[in-house]
Design a protein around this ligand. Structure first.
Ligand code: SAM
Length: 214
């Protein structure tokens, strides 16, 4: 009969959106901070493998963990590049040095769409300020850049569930609803939104698939 107390063992199991939010601020990719919900982290490699993009535009670089992760995934696929955009420069040098990464410092507003010419499969990932105004403006600016059967991914609609909707003037979900209602090229792809449960993602309703129909 064992009577020794086992350190660190518990029968309790508890996690939810709040604990995921706290944890996702401590994630790193190859030592570089990456602010990504773990569900989304794993879905991105599946989406990239499915689409095999030759260009990923990321709005919101921060330290660059996500850009580095995406670039390494493109290495595995064997082609493609990342255009990652921010308004600050806190980007780790190994991110800037990666051969597949181009860093743009002047915000999505000043990104020249001519930079997308010649690419055949383009994904856009919006992970910037998360205000309603910036998300809807990004959707409008980049909607024609995303190629047929590819994705415009809007991150962090989860702020509603976290109780921060007001702070972001309605945030990503308000922008997504308005955008989707006003056009017919994109649909919300529930395959990704609901993979782990209904909107079990930080990108709630945010996997927008372009059908090509106008
Ligand atoms: C949530 S962080 C990005 C996190 C990063 N994609 C990751 O997964 O690790 C949001 C970033 O958006 C940037 N940002 C804010 N306004 C922006 C704008 N107008 N254009 C591009 N980036 C912007 C912020 O400076 C911040 O670094």
């Amino acid at each position: 009969m064992f009577s020794k107390k086992i350190d660190n063992y518990t029968d309790k199991v508890h996690f939810d959106v709040d604990t995921l939010n706290i944890g996702h601020h401590s994630l790193q990719y190859k030592g570089v901070p990456i602010i990504k919900c773990p569900f989304d982290y794993v879905m991105y490699q599946m989406i990239f493998w499915e689409i095999k993009p030759d260009l990923i535009i990321e709005i919101g670089t921060n330290r660059g963990g996500s850009a580095l992760y995406y670039a390494d995934l493109l290495d595995i696929i064997g082609h493609g590049e990342i255009h990652t955009i921010d308004i600050d420069d806190v980007v780790f040098k190994e991110v800037k040095m990666h051969k597949r990464i181009n860093f743009f410092r002047d915000g999505y507003q000043n990104y020249d769409l001519k930079n997308t010419e010649g690419f055949k499969k383009i994904i856009v990932i919006e992970d910037g300020s998360h205000t309603y105004e910036d998300v809807i403006a990004s959707l409008e600016k980049f909607k024609d850049v995303v190629t047929e059967d590819s994705y415009f991914i809007v991150e962090d609609g989860i702020i509603d569930k976290l109780g921060w909707k007001k702070k972001y003037n309605g945030g990503p979900n308000k922008a997504i609803k308005e955008f989707i209602a006003g056009q017919s090229s994109y649909v919300i792809d529930r395959k990704w939104c609901d993979l782990f449960g209904i909107n079990a993602t930080f990108n709630t309703n945010g996997f927008l698939k372009k059908s090509g129909k106008k």
